[in-house]
Design a protein around this ligand. Sequence first.
Ligand code: SAM
Length: 245
Amino acid sequence: MTSPESVSFGYEDVTPEEKTARVGAVFSSVAKKYDVMNDAMSVGMHRLWKDRFVARVKPREGEQILDMAGGTGDIAFRMAREGASITVSDINQDMLDVGIERAMERGIDGLVWSRQNAEELSFGDRFFDAYTIAFGIRNVTRIDAALAEAHRVLKFGGRFFCLEFSTTQWPGFAEVYDAYSHKLVPKIGQAIAGDAESYRYLIESIRRFPKMDEFEGMIKAAGFRHTKVEPILGGLVAIHSGWKV
Ligand SMILES: C[S@@+](CC[C@H](N)C(=O)[O-])C[C@H]1O[C@@H](n2cnc3c(N)ncnc32)[C@H](O)[C@@H]1O
């Protein structure tokens, strides 16, 4: 049965079912080239943003951390280094398979890889000390449902951290970035991954994602307290956080 509500897929409005299916197709298509494309598109900067993100999470030995929409493992690998027990979850098995292969190549073991839809997790209540999601939430069809699930699986005192593209507030920079992302990124996607369309979606989905304060409001509405936003490059990228108290 289809639902009458509509959600954004890039600049298109589609049914929730169609969004989930098309996002799945995007990540299955890009999985094998995902890591090299991240470096090309961000000129390596995504590595610094991820380092900063994990520094904010402060994973500790003995903690149980869920890295949701963990894809090919970039965030999980960084957190595992600090001695935390990490579960990497993603809805897309092709992305997880690339992550599992990378972990083997790097000799990183002990991670739990679990295919999950962020909107409907199979984990019990109050299991995790921290929940992380990096460049994942804008691809989720029902963001409210994913935030509610994040809140449910966290212990009291648990923390939520989200790294996501947002909207830069630096004058002039927004226009330059807009031109770069809309004109060049699909071309880079075509040249490296043979897939301009998937990268067009990834750029368009950034434009449709709620602004920093609006997204903070959604985190609050899910029940998180002491929420915070840390803009990077004027808000081109942002780290949102909150606590379950
Ligand atoms: C841009 S990648 C980010 C991967 C990784 N976190 C990183 O920072 O490199 C987005 C990921 O979100 C996943 N995703 C999309 N919708 C999801 C959902 N409903 N539940 C879980 N993962 C989802 C995709 O499969 C994809 O692997």
